[in-house]
Write a protein that binds this ligand. Structure first.
Ligand SMILES: C[S@@+](CC[C@H](N)C(=O)[O-])C[C@H]1O[C@@H](n2cnc3c(N)ncnc32)[C@H](O)[C@@H]1O
Length: 253
C-alpha cells in the first residue's frame, strides 16, 4: 500500500514535466503496434499521457494519477481513473491490453497482469529487464536507485509466464536519438542526464534524495569535463541503437 501511494504521488509531481521529455518514440511505437496484431478494442493500462496508444484502433486508457490524466493532450482517448490491480471492466471487454513502462510501478504486479488477462485476450507489455538495465553505465552515478521501493522484486520478462500465456519476448533496441526520455534512453547522450527536466521525467532519478541526485550529477559532470566518461564509454556515441534491457512481452490466452 505504501508503495502504491508513493507512486501515485510520484506521478502527481512528475506529470508537470512529463510531456517535456516523455514523447512516444515512433520506432518503439511501431514494434508495440505490430504486437497488438489485429486487435481493434484496446485498453492501455498505466496510460499516463497516452504515449504509444495506437491512432487507428479504439482505445480506452486506465490511469490512477489525476495529474497525469489532466496532462493528456486534448482530443486524447477516453480515460478511466483506476489501477491495474482493479480494472473496472467485465471479463473479455477488449481484444488486447497494453502496458508500457508502467509495470514496475504497480503495487501488486501479479494481480495487475492477471487483470490484463481477464479483460483482454492478448496482452502486450513493454518493460525493462532488471538484470540487464542494472548493468547500464548511469547506475554507477546514482547507485541508490537500485534500492528504491519501486525497484524491488521486479519481475523479469520470462517471469510473466507465471501468470500469462507468453508467446513471445522481443528485445527492443533503443535508438540513439530516442524521443522518449525513459530511464536508459540517453545511453549514448550522457549530457542529457545532467538536465533537470530529463531527471524529473525518469522515476528512478526523480525518486532519489536531493543529496544522492546532486552527488551523482556532479560526478557525471566532472567525468564528462575531464574526458573520463568518454574514455570508459565513448564508443557508445557512435552506435545507432543499443540493447539496454527493454523487452516486449506478448501473451495470448
Ligand atoms: C512511466 S509512466 C508510463 C506512462 C505511459 N504508459 C508511457 O508509456 O508513457 C508510469 C505510469 O504508471 C502509472 N501507475 C502507477 N501505479 C499504477 C498502478 N497501480 N496501476 C496502473 N498504473 C499505475 C503512473 O501513474 C504513470 O502514469
Amino acid at each position: 500500500m505504501m508503495v502504491a501511494m508513493r507512486d501515485r504521488r510520484l506521478y502527481e509531481s512528475i506529470s508537470s514535466t512529463y510531456r517535456l521529455t516523455r514523447r512516444q518514440d515512433k520506432r518503439v511505437a511501431s514494434v508495440i503496434h505490430d504486437a497488438l496484431g489485429d486487435a481493434e478494442r484496446i485498453v492501455n493500462i498505466g496510460a499516463g499521457t497516452g504515449n504509444y496508444e495506437p491512432p487507428d484502433r479504439t482505445v480506452m486508457a486506465v490511469e490512477p494519477s489525476a495529474a497525469m490524466i489532466a496532462d493528456r493532450p486534448s482530443g486524447s482517448n477516453p480515460v478511466v481513473q483506476a489501477t491495474a490491480e482493479d480494472l473496472p471492466f467485465p471479463a473479455g471487454s477488449f481484444d488486447a491490453a497494453m502496458a508500457t513502462l508502467t509495470l514496475h510501478h504497480w503495487r501488486d504486479r501479479w494481480r495487475g497482469l492477471a487483470e490484463m488477462k481477464r479483460v483482454a485476450a492478448r496482452q502486450v507489455i513493454f518493460m525493462f529487464d532488471p538484470d540487464e538495465v542494472y548493468r547500464f553505465w548511469a547506475i554507477e552515478y546514482w547507485p541508490a536507485a537500485v534500492s528504491l521501493p519501486s525497484e524491488q522484486n521486479l519481475p523479469r520478462p520470462a517471469d510473466l509466464a507465471d501468470v500469462l500465456d507468453v508467446i513471445d519476448i522481443t528485445t527492443v533496441a533503443v535508438p540513439f536519438d530516442c524521443t522518449d526520455g525513459f530511464g536508459a534512453a540517453f545511453w549514448g547522450r550522457p549530457e542529457a542526464y545532467l538536465r533537470d527536466e530529463v531527471q524529473q521525467g525518469m522515476s528512478w532519478l526523480a525518486q532519489l534524495s536531493e543529496e544522492d541526485l546532486a552527488e551523482g550529477t556532479a560526478r557525471l559532470e566532472a567525468d564528462l569535463q575531464s574526458g573520463e566518461w568518454d574514455r570508459r564509454h565513448g564508443e557508445l556515441r557512435n552506435l545507432d541503437r543499443l540493447d539496454v534491457g527493454y523487452r516486449l512481452v506478448v501473451a495470448e490466452r
